[in-house]
Design a protein around this ligand. Structure first.
Ligand code: PMP
Length: 392
């Protein structure tokens, strides 16, 4: 029976990691994997998380089941950072549940919109590949629209066009900040327009916020999400703590649901809980409990936010250095300075990407996506020289 299963293509990024690991060159540069790296090339555990984990080990008295909603203390402690300190539940209309990472949250959110009768998911392309994979797995129809213009700004015309023909029964998946893979986010005035259009067309927004704090700042990175939420009656937010708390493998995320009225929340959330039960039953506890302990302790919150500031500043510093190189062969690196988060796309063809890998030991995804956090002040010049060589 199981021989009916067809060979699936290997995940391209995981294959790239293997190639990189097998490369003996000591000056190789890994721009493929989507994790933050320090100037020394490490992905360390946050100090605030280490302290919280220590506390957790000392004080946790039971590991008995919590339920499909996970650690609600974690879910609620995060809300002021996501939705704003003044009214984090928007008048009692938002409730959440813990999920295994942002991916688990997206899986539940998309399964919920399908159950609710949504027929199409509008999605800017390119996007994080798992968005399309989850939609395809759930048999949800996708309607792609172009995300970015060739000059490196968001393609608002394409967005306006897709929304013009959209209506009730459609959902739109939006990256809250630090667009993956392009780094091209909407400006605040563009978010104002998106909020108005989405409300006018009665399209259900699903906002993926996986990098809060890594773009322009915690509040700045939530501008679009907050703007959309005050404009519409219903919305879903898929949140990941895996980047902004450095918890990648611990799988920490949350799904938030906003309804038109507080009384409608119980029915909607009961679907989230039932779907979780059928998928993973309960989310893993450890990482979320550590985040909760950080958020419950003022000193640890300060330490966490300081660590996040350092990461963001380093990313911006690398971006400025790349942007300062300007025109490099056929590439213009200047727009990278104004883009946000860890990722940007370089317009390189397959041969150029291969030459970068084989001749220069520079590893990047086949799409030309680079993780700028893979660069250090010590190797940026080597990288720019390699780009120059393969593009001229
Ligand atoms: N959304 C986007 C845009 C992402 O880039 C990622 C992670 N690469 C996620 C969601 C999911 O993150 P997690 O690792 O928490 O599942």
């Amino acid at each position: 029976m199981l021989t009916n299963l067809q060979q699936q293509p290997a995940d391209a990024l995981l294959a790239l990691i293997k190639l990189h690991n097998a490369d003996p060159r000591t000056d190789k540069i890994d721009l493929g994997v989507g994790v933050y790296r320090t100037g020394q090339g490490d992905t360390p555990v946050f100090g605030a998380i280490k302290a919280a984990e220590k506390k957790l080990a000392e004080t946790q008295e039971s590991k008995a089941y919590l339920g499909p909603e996970g650690d609600m203390g974690f879910v609620e402690a995060l809300m002021p950072y996501v939705f704003g300190k003044v009214d984090p539940t928007l008048g009692g209309r938002i409730e959440g549940m813990q999920t295994p990472g942002g991916t688990g949250s997206l899986r539940l959110a998309l399964a919920m919109v399908k159950r609710a009768g949504v027929r199409r998911v509008l999605m800017g392309t390119p996007s994080w590949p798992n968005h399309a994979q989850i939609c395809a797995d759930l048999d949800l129809e996708m309607a792609g629209f172009n995300h970015a213009t060739p000059d490196g700004t968001a393609d608002m015309d394409a967005l306006r066009e897709v929304l013009r023909s959209a209506g009730e029964g459609d959902a739109i998946l939006l990256h809250g900040c630090c667009h993956n893979p392009s780094g091209i986010d909407y400006e605040n005035d563009e978010w104002d327009e998106i909020a108005r259009l989405v409300a006018e067309r009665k399209v259900l927004p699903l906002i993926d916020l996986a990098y809060q704090g890594l773009g322009l700042g915690m509040d700045e990175d939530a501008y679009g999400l907050r703007r959309v939420l005050v404009a519409v009656p219903e919305a879903l937010v898929a949140y990941s703590c895996d980047k902004n708390f450095g918890l990648y493998r611990d799988r920490v995320g949350a799904l938030y649901v906003m309804m038109g009225e507080e009384a409608q929340l119980a029915a909607a959330m009961s679907n989230g809980h039932a779907l979780a039960r059928a998928n993973w039953s309960q989310p893993p506890d450890h990482g979320a409990a550590a985040v909760r302990l950080v958020l419950e302790d003022e000193a640890l919150v300060r330490e966490w936010l300081d660590e996040l500031d350092t990461m963001r500043e380093r990313i911006r510093q690398v971006r400025s250095r790349l942007a300062a190189a300007g025109k490099v062969g056929t590439l213009d690196l200047a727009p990278l300075g104004g883009q946000n988060g860890m990722f940007s796309i370089l317009k390189l063809d397959k041969e150029q990407i291969l030459a970068l890998r084989e001749k220069h030991g520079v590893y990047m995804a086949g799409s030309g996506r680079i993780n700028v956090a893979g660069l250090t002040l010590g190797n940026i010049d080597t990288f720019v020289d390699a780009l120059e060589e393969v593009t001229t």
